[in-house]
Every structure is written in structure tokens, then in C-alpha cells.
Design a protein around this ligand. Structure first.
Ligand code: AMP
Ligand code: MG
Length: 331
């Protein structure tokens, strides 16, 4: 039984996995009424609920902590104060239980959990609050083929929603408005479509949206046009990555992948090129401890572990790049 600890940003999550099967998935997220995430406050949130989340995970799994074989934790990338809560919790528990630790890259965990959906060697479109990347395995590493040049798609949607005063997180609110617009068959408003090779950027579109809001344009048609434009950019970049790498699978990951219109556009793209489309269920798309435990178990199987008496040097990696990670568990 492997325990996974996720604490890179707003979510503190604990997952328990046994031979690739999910035994427990418990999460608690820091949320704000107004504005975005304040790292120190998110860290305080994680600290205050960590023990309760851990106990709930054990309870749901019906296991005793002595049955845990190893602890996998999210080492990076992420917000340093949040990552440190995860690291401290991991070290304390590993020392107490005298079990090894497996350091896991958060972005790669989003990709590898796709195996549960059947994806073997996918191009992943990873769309979360802070991250927007197109990642695939090539020549011994997970490589970033494309990414946002300014803000993550989730932060972009949240910023638009905040400016429009419709609350946080903005993604689901924009999605609801866009769905209403589709029902009414409103017309599309042209927005800056910004893609360079496999990289995308959203700041130009955000500026334009703010101007159009100030001019009194309707929120529903703007939300609809935002989704159509931003998601088309992402799907175009993902398609280019599939063509470039010769891979036939597309996998979605990250909170924005909960969006049904994005899923639909990605599915259509895959159908049109004879590819396969994979999308995990929402509880595995958003940040969670299960994906950390799941990859941790695979890495442990490949011999990656740090003994409980060698944990002094173990540290967080807030800026860890996806292609820094030595991938010894794939062929
Ligand atoms: P993550 O950082 O992966 O937990 O994802 C959080 C982001 O996902 C936030 O920016 C949300 O606004 C966004 N999000 C959540 N659900 C949806 C949705 N249905 N459509 C678009 N964005 C969403
Ligand atoms: Mg994430």
C-alpha cells in the first residue's frame, strides 16, 4: 500500500493506492471569496487540515498506518510554502513508520494517472490554474512540446471572471454562461487567437475581453467566445504535438479539463485524425493524492526510494522542470 501526498498549491490531498488500484482519495482545498491564492495562507490551510485528511484517508481505506509500505510526495513544481507543508508531513510520517519516501513530479503524475483510463503513451494537454503545457514522453524524458508564454489557462479564466465580477473559481462560471449562450445560439465575437508553434498566450485575449466588458458587451457571448477561442488554441497545439511526435493518444489533465466543451473539441480532433481520446474522471483531473501514490508505486517498483534515515537531504523542488526528471520506469 502506497500513500501519496499532494500539496503543490491550493489542494492538500492524500491518496492510497495498492497495485494500481485506488483505495482512498481525500482532498481539502483552500478557497477564497475574493482574489487569488495567497501562498502563505494556503500553506496554513494545509497545515491545519493535514492530520484530519490523513486520518480520513486511512479510515476510508480501512487500513492501519502500519500497512503503508512507502510515502510518495509531490516534490514540485509548486508554491514553496505549500510544498514545505507536504515535505514536513512526509518526513515526520516516514520517520515514525520507518518507511521509505518516493519524490514525485506533480506534472508527470497528472500524465501517468492517465494509465488508469487506458492511455499508454499519450500526448497530454495539461490545463490547470497555473500550468498549461503539452507534455509527451520522448527519448527517455517527459518533454514539454508546448506551453503558455504568459499565464495558465485556468488563471486566465479566473482573471476574466474576477474582472466580470462573477466569482472564483471562474472556469465553471464561464462554462455555465457559455453553455447558456450556446442554447441561445448567440454569435461569436472575434478574440485574439494567439499561438506560436506549439506555444500559446492568453494575455492579449484577457486585455481584449476587459475592453469589451467595459464597452458593455454581453457576458454570455463573451464567455462563449472565450471558450471557443482559448480551447481551439489548446487543441490546435495538442494536435500539432501529436503530428510531430507521431503519437496517437491524447490525454487531458488538470482542473480545466473538467470542461465539457474542451473535452468535446479534443475528442473531435482525435476522431478526425484517427487518434484515441482519454480523459480521467474529475476527481483525478484536479490535484489529488492518488496520482502521486499511483506514480510513486510505479517508481518504487523501479527502485526509486529514499530510506527513512536518509531524509535530511530531501528537499522540495518548486521550479522543477518536467524534463529534469530521470525516467527509469518507462522503456
Ligand atoms: P487545478 O489548478 O488543476 O486544480 O485547476 C483549477 C482551475 O480549473 C481553476 O482555474 C478553475 O477555474 C478551472 N476549472 C475548474 N472547472 C472548470 C470547468 N468546468 N471549466 C473551465 N475551467 C474549470
Ligand atoms: Mg495540477
Amino acid at each position: 500500500m502506497i500513500l501519496g501526498i499532494e500539496a503543490t498549491a491550493h489542494t492538500f490531498g492524500i491518496g492510497i493506492v495498492h497495485e494500481g488500484r485506488i483505495i482512498a482519495n481525500v482532498r481539502d482545498s483552500y478557497t477564497t471569496e475574493q482574489g487569488g491564492i495567497i501562498p502563505q495562507e494556503a500553506a496554513r490551510h494545509h497545515e491545519s487540515i493535514a492530520k484530519a485528511v490523513y486520518e480520513e484517508a486511512l479510515h476510508k481505506a480501512c487500513v492501519h498506518e502500519t500497512e503503508i509500505e512507502a510515502i510518495a510526495f509531490s516534490q514540485g513544481p509548486g508554491l514553496p510554502p505549500c510544498l514545505l507543508v507536504g515535505l514536513r508531513f512526509t518526513k515526520q510520517l516516514a520517520k515514525k513508520l520507518k518507511i521509505p519516501v518516493v519524490p514525485v513530479n506533480h506534472c508527470i503524475a497528472h500524465l501517468e494517472i492517465g494509465r488508469l483510463t487506458g492511455a499508454r503513451d499519450p500526448v497530454m494537454l495539461y490545463v490547470s490554474g497555473a500550468n498549461t503545457q503539452i507534455i509527451a514522453y520522448a527519448s527517455g524524458k517527459f518533454r514539454v512540446f508546448g506551453e503558455t508564454l504568459d499565464m495558465g489557462i485556468g488563471n486566465f479564466l479566473d482573471s476574466f471572471a474576477r474582472y466580470a465580477d462573477i466569482g472564483f473559481p471562474g472556469g465553471p462560471k464561464v462554462a455555465k454562461l457559455a453553455a447558456e449562450a450556446r442554447n441561445k445560439e448567440v454569435s461569436y465575437i472575434e478574440l485574439p487567437y494567439s499561438i506560436k508553434g506549439m506555444d500559446v498566450s492568453f494575455s492579449g485575449m484577457l486585455t481584449k475581453l476587459k475592453q469589451l466588458l467595459d464597452k458593455g458587451y454581453g457576458l454570455e457571448e463573451l464567455a462563449f467566445s472565450t471558450e471557443e477561442t482559448a480551447f481551439a488554441m489548446l487543441v490546435e497545439a495538442a494536435e500539432r504535438a501529436m503530428a510531430h511526435t507521431g503519437k496517437e493518444e491524447l490525454l487531458l489533465g488538470g482542473g480545466v479539463a473538467c470542461n465539457t466543451r474542451l473535452q468535446e473539441m479534443a475528442r473531435i480532433m482525435c476522431q478526425e485524425r484517427g487518434g484515441k481520446f482519454f480523459c480521467p474522471p474529475p476527481e483525478l483531473l484536479v490535484d489529488n493524492g492518488v496520482m502521486i501514490a499511483y506514480l510513486g508505486e510505479i517508481m518504487l517498483g523501479a527502485g526509486i526510494k529514499i530510506a527513512p534515515d536518509k531524509l535530511e537531504e530531501l528537499d522540495i523542488k518548486p521550479r522543477q522542470r518536467t524534463d529534469e526528471v530521470e525516467v527509469v520506469w518507462r522503456e
